[in-house]
Design a binder for this molecule. Structure first.
Ligand SMILES: Cc1ncc(COP(=O)(O)O)c(C=O)c1O
Length: 417
């Protein structure tokens, strides 16, 4: 691959080798549970890591491998493992670094399932997540102690819409000998490449913008390959992985200890669908971003809208960080906004004619959800408030339809309240 090609070209051509696939421009879907080996020696070598030949779908798959190469290249990473979902990626990425009694520091504006995993599921195994405002560098610094194994943040908090300063957080992490893990789902590598800003591991739910059409679930863990796992915090546990895989020690640990034993395999069909989606990522993102900016302005000016949180609006507290970090390409395509109360939000959703009411984001279609009464329904009131989930909040995932039609649908639904 010509490294000088721009992202818009590389997102299409990275990992694509028609010469290996009888001229096909996408890899075949290797829909097979297992791979025949011509000799016992060949299977032994595959198990022993002396060959990269495939063995069994739960371990690796040729279609998935193409997606892994593609996503690693797009984020500027050294390697990647794709998983069955974004949550599988987050679980594996974190557990590869955690033992009972350990701690980690996490931003408090996390996707709902990530919060449950960190606050409740990990707790059962004696692991403590210390939640902080991810934009408060002093709070992050104070939360790190000798038991902390990593820092975890989202590029754009979902649905709080805050934008942490990744370069500054990476500095704090590295000063303490620990890595920074970033869930880059909401930004995508089109908008932000956390590894270039100093992060060590990037995670995505590929279910969202990367596949882009709401038709495939998946996740990915991308290893930057630069963190020193032989520092005193990690050396004892990481030595066998460093000996085996050098700069890809972390990815090897994720894969060998967790991915293959937890069985978090991605379906090759979903990997294939995700690759079709990736071909149009750059043009979709361009449109998502420009539409979202216009919709945010529209909402901010409408008298029935109480408040709007979108990093592109001039009054957003993280606008300057977002501009710098996203290289002035845009500010994401998720908007949080408030109406009078929950009842008004419900009537508003009922009034919509174009926009879909469903639990997803990053689809090319515009989507809306009332988080308080759906994803966060079972959360105690105190936790909802802590996570900024209020009864008046709506989350809009702006799609790539004509922006006039999106605004018109919002306008007619607001006017009929
Ligand atoms: C930021 C973020 N991370 C992770 C996930 C989980 O992804 P998946 O649904 O693919 O498990 C989501 C899902 O909405 C998300 O928004």
């Amino acid at each position: 691959m010509n490294r000088k090609w721009r992202f818009e070209t590389r997102v299409i051509h990275e990992g694509i080798h028609p010469e290996r696939w009888e001229g096909a421009t996408l890899p075949p879907i290797y829909q097979t549970a297992s791979h025949r080996h011509p000799t016992a020696e060949s299977l032994r070598d595959a198990f022993g890591g002396r060959s990269a030949d495939h063995i069994y779908l739960r371990l690796t798959n040729p279609t998935n491998r193409v997606l892994e190469e593609k996503l690693a290249a797009l984020e500027g990473g050294a390697g990647a493992v794709v998983t069955s979902s974004g949550m599988a990626a987050i679980t594996n990425a974190c557990l590869a670094l955690l033992r009972s009694g350990d701690e980690f520091v996490a931003g408090n504006s996390l996707f709902m399932s990530t919060y449950i995993l960190f606050a409740h599921v990990f707790k059962k195994y004696g692991i403590t997540a210390r939640f902080v405002e991810p934009t408060d560098l002093e709070a992050i610094r104070k939360a790190v102690n000798e038991r902390t194994r990593f820092i975890f943040v989202e590029t754009i908090g979902n649905p709080k819409m805050d934008v942490p300063d990744l370069a500054a957080i990476a500095e704090i992490a590295h000063a303490n000998g620990i890595p920074l893990l970033v869930d880059n789902t909401l930004a995508t590598p089109y908008l932000c490449r956390p590894l270039e800003l100093g992060a060590d591991v990037v995670i995505h739910s590929t279910t969202k913008y990367l596949s882009g059409h709401g038709c495939a679930t998946g996740g990915v863990i991308i290893d930057g390959g630069r963190f020193d796992w032989m520092n005193s915090k990690f050396a004892e546990e990481f030595k066998p992985f460093v000996d085996r895989k050098g700069p890809l020690a972390y990815l090897d640990k994720v894969w060998r200890e967790h991915h293959i034993n937890f069985g978090t395999t991605q379906s090759p069909f979903h990997a294939y669908l995700t690759m079709i989606g990736l071909d149009t990522l750059a043009v979709r993102m361009e449109r998502h971003l420009s539409n979202a900016m216009e919709v945010a302005r529209f909402l901010a000016e409408h008298p029935r809208v109480k408040w709007v949180r979108y990093p592109g609006l001039p009054d957003h507290p993280d606008r300057e960080v977002a501009e710098r970090q996203f290289r002035e390409k845009g500010f994401g395509a998720l908007i949080a906004f408030g109406l009078k109360d929950q009842e008004t939000c419900f009537r508003f959703i009922q009034n919509l004619r174009l926009i879909f009411n469903l639990a997803n984001l990053g689809d090319c279609k515009t989507l809306i959800i009332h988080p308080y009464s759906s994803q966060y329904l079972s959360f105690p009131e105190e936790t909802r408030r802590y996570l900024s989930i209020t009864p008046d909040l709506l989350r809009l995932s702006v799609g790539i339809e004509a922006v006039e039609d999106i605004c018109e649908d919002l306008r007619q639904a607001l006017d009929r309240l």
